[in-house]
Design a protein. Structure first.
Length: 227
């Protein structure tokens, strides 16, 4: 979810890793649009809805991958039912049990929706990343057989419980056009750490629930799991 500064680079790695893999579907989720101004730090080939642009590129270059595009912003199921908003999809239509979810959105409001929903699923693995100009973090939320195997992010990131920002679905076009400047190197470092965590999980070697990183110091400091 989220195909911008971090997500567009995650896709670059995932499609190569998943190429010719059987029985998997790559779901691309983003309600935003690629514009010429995004080229300084995001990978895409063509303007338009981010999910559709990436899906077209993947089918052209990696035809062995099954792709599904969701060119919408994610909202809670209740919000979807109560508010008839264009450009939105209910989270239960996008995330299912046993999924691997990559959260590359840049706002806490959407992350809150994702955490709340995923905490109700019996089996799910969430890999989430975010960054400022030269530093950031990646966290992993894993549930197995109805129990948390890593810490729920709410327990150590209070800003996710009461987000100060709003879901992009609630913003005007003018508000969506305003974004904080970011550095491509930091975005790419976050994407690499997300993929590292994904591979470590697949190999049964994941022994941390979060990583803090700083590209100026070239450091990535993991928070280890206990037990």
């Amino acid at each position: 979810m989220g195909l911008g500064g971090i997500g567009s680079w995650v896709v670059q790695s995932l499609v190569r890793f998943l190429y010719r893999q059987e029985n998997c579907t790559l779901v691309l989720v983003d309600g935003d649009t690629y514009e010429d101004k995004n080229k300084e730090r995001q990978f895409f080939q063509g303007s338009g809805k981010k999910a559709l642009v990436q899906g077209e590129w993947i089918r052209k270059n990696f035809s062995g991958i099954n792709v599904m595009e969701v060119p919408d912003y994610i909202v809670s199921d209740q919000d979807f039912l109560e508010n008839d908003k264009d450009n939105t999809s209910p989270i239960s239509d996008v995330i299912r049990k046993d999924d691997y979810v990559f959260v590359c959105v840049d706002n806490h409001a959407t992350k809150k929706i994702i955490i709340e929903y995923c905490s109700t699923l019996p089996n799910i693995v969430v890999f989430a990343g975010g960054n400022e100009w030269t530093d950031g973090n990646v966290w992993i939320y894993w549930r197995k057989n109805g129990k948390d195997r890593t810490k729920n992010p709410f327990t150590y990131h209070s800003e996710l419980i009461h987000p100060k920002d709003r879901n992009p679905a609630d913003l005007s076009c003018e508000e969506l056009a305003v974004s904080d400047p970011q550095l491509i190197f930091t975005n790419m470092f976050a994407a690499v750490l997300l993929m590292n965590a994904f591979y470590a999980f697949l190999e049964g070697k994941l022994d941390y629930y979060e990583v803090y990183f700083d590209i100026l110091q070239n450091k990535a400091l993991p928070c280890k799991l206990k037990g």
